[in-house]
Design a protein around this ligand. Structure first.
Ligand code: FEO
Length: 408
C-alpha cells in the first residue's frame, strides 16, 4: 500500500520511515527511527527529487508509482549521493529507463564509483546558478559542498518557494504520519534528534554550512517550504531553525550550562561528579546535566556538548592514560571540529594520577578555541571531606567563567 503526503498541491512526499535500522551509518543509535525523504513534483514534466535507502526501496517505488498514476517519470534530481538517499537510483532507472538524471559532476562520478549503471541513460550535469523549467515550475541549483558530502547541492523551486535542502535541516526520528514541523512539538519532541543528527553527521563542516546559510540568506524571504532528506518538512518558524543552525555551524553554545561527563570505574569519580553538580546547583547554576561516558553513546555526548557552554571532564586514570571511552569522546569532539567551550577537569588515580594532565593537553593541543579552567579537582581514589574547599573553588570558577563570558 502506498503511503504519501502532499507537500503542496502538486508536490508529494514519497519517502519512508525506518524503525528497523538500529544504527544510522552503522554507528549512531536511532531508537526513534529515521525517515528517508524523497519528493515528486507533478508538473507538465514529472520530477523526482532524490531516492531513498535501499532498505525502504519497495515502499518508495510503490509511492512513486501511485503518484505518477501511469505517467512517465521525466526527471530525477539527485541532490545528494550518500547511499541513504542514492541507493535506489538504479531501481528507478530499471523501471523508468527514459528518465533524465539531473545532478552535479561529482555526483555522477560517485554514481559510477558505486557501480551504478548510468551509462546509456540521459545525464544532465548542472552547476550553481543553472536553472531548469518543468512547466509551471522553475528550479535553480545551489552548490552545497560538504553538506555533507562534496557532491551535494540543494535545489530551489522558485515558483513555489520550495527548498530541497539535502542533508541540511534534517533530523533523526521517524515521521510516523506527521510530515510538517507544525504537526509536531518540535522544540519539545524533536530538537534533541535534530541536534544529534546535525552535530554528528554534519557538525565537522560548520564553515560549509555557514556558506550555504549565507547563500540562503539571499532568498530567505522567498522560501516557503524546506524539504530536507530526513525529518519534518518546514513550512513555518524558519527563524527558530536558522538560529539553531547559526549556533551549531559556528560552534557557539545554545545555552549557558554545565555538562558533567564522568568516567568512573567503581563509583568514586561519579560520587565526586555528583558532589560538584550539587555544589553548582546550590550556588544557583541549575542548568546541569550529567552523563556516564561508559553507558552513553558518544553521539549523545557530542550533541549535548554542542548545546552547552561548559563541560566538566571527570575521569579516572587507566593504564596511565585517559579512560578509553573518555578518550573516544575527546577524539570525537576533535573530529567534529567542536570549538568555543570552557572545560573544567576532575581527575582520579589511585597511585599515578595522570588523566587530568592528559585531558588538558589534549584539549589545548588538539582542539581549537577551547578554554581549560586552571582550578582542578584531583582525587586519590575517592573524594575526601578535606577536599570540600577545592570542590567549592572549582564550582565558583565554573560559575565565574560564565559571568565573565556574559560580560564580554
Ligand atoms: Fe542522509 Fe549525507 O546522507
Amino acid at each position: 500500500m502506498y503511503c504519501v503526503r502532499n507537500v503542496t498541491e502538486d508536490l508529494y512526499w514519497i519517502g519512508a520511515n525506518d524503525h528497523r535500522l538500529s544504527l544510522f551509518e552503522n554507528i549512531h543509535p536511532i531508537p526513534e527511527g529515521v525517515s528517508y525523504n524523497a519528493y515528486v513534483l507533478m508538473d507538465e514534466k514529472t520530477v523526482l527529487f532524490d531516492t531513498i535507502d535501499w532498505s525502504s526501496c519497495r515502499q518508495f517505488l510503490e509511492n512513486l508509482e501511485h503518484v505518477l498514476n501511469g505517467r512517465p517519470l521525466d526527471y530525477m534530481v539527485i541532490n545528494h549521493m550518500e547511499p541513504d538517499h542514492g541507493a535506489s537510483i538504479e531501481e528507478v532507472l530499471l523501471r523508468y529507463p527514459d528518465v533524465t538524471i539531473i545532478s552535479t559532476e561529482k555526483a555522477f562520478m560517485l554514481m559510477r564509483q558505486f557501480d551504478f549503471d548510468i551509462n546509456g541513460h540521459t545525464l544532465d550535469e548542472v552547476k550553481e546558478g543553472d536553472t531548469r523549467c518543468f512547466g509551471k515550475h522553475t528550479v535553480t541549483f545551489v552548490a552545497a559542498p560538504m553538506v555533507h558530502w562534496p557532491e551535494a547541492m540543494v535545489t530551489f523551486d522558485v515558483t513555489d518557494g520550495v527548498l530541497f535542502a539535502a542533508d541540511a535541516f534534517g533530523s533523526f526520528g521517524a515521521l510516523d504520519g506527521k510530515l510538517f514541523n507544525d504537526e509536531v512539538n518540535f522544540d519539545r519532541d524533536w530538537i534533541d534528534h535534530a541536534r544529534r543528527y546535525y552535530t554528528n553527521i554534519v557538525g565537522k563542516y560548520g564553515p560549509h554550512v555557514q556558506l550555504l546559510l549565507k547563500k540562503a540568506a539571499g532568498i530567505v524571504n522567498d522560501i516557503k517550504y524546506i524539504c530536507p532528506l530526513h525529518g519534518p518538512v518546514w513550512r513555518s518558524d524558519f527563524g527558530y531553525l536558522l538560529d539553531k543552525y547559526q549556533h551549531w555551524s559556528t560552534y557557539e553554545p545554545e545555552e549557558k550550562g554545565v555538562m558533567i561527563a564522568y568516567a568512573s570505574m567503581y563509583g568514586n569519580t561519579e560520587a565526586a561528579a555528583q558532589a560538584l553538580a550539587a555544589k553548582l546547583c546550590e550556588k544557583g547554576m541549575t542548568n546541569v546535566v550529567m552523563y556516564d561516558v561508559s553507558n552513553t553513546h558518544v553521539s549523545y555526548l557530542i550533541s549535548e556538548t554542542f548545546r552547552l557552554s561548559h563541560v566538566v571532564l571527570a575521569s579516572v586514570t587507566y593504564n596511565l592514560g585517559i579512560y578509553p571511552v573518555m578518550h573516544n569522546y575527546l577524539m570525537d569532539m576533535k573530529a567534529l571540529n567542536l570549538q568555543n567551550r570552557t572545560f573544567a577537569i576532575v581527575e582520579n588515580g589511585s597511585w599515578a594520577c595522570k588523566s587530568g594532565d592528559l585531558m588538558e593537553k589534549f584539549i589545548q593541543n588538539e582542539m581549537k578555541n577551547m578554554t581549560v579552567l586552571s582550578s582542578r579537582l584531583s582525587l586519590a581514589s575517592t573524594l575526601k571531606a578535606e577536599k570540600a574547599n577545592e570542590l567549592d573553588v572549582l564550582a565558583d570558577a565554573i560559575i565565574e567563567s560564565m559571568e565573565e563570558e556574559k560580560n564580554k
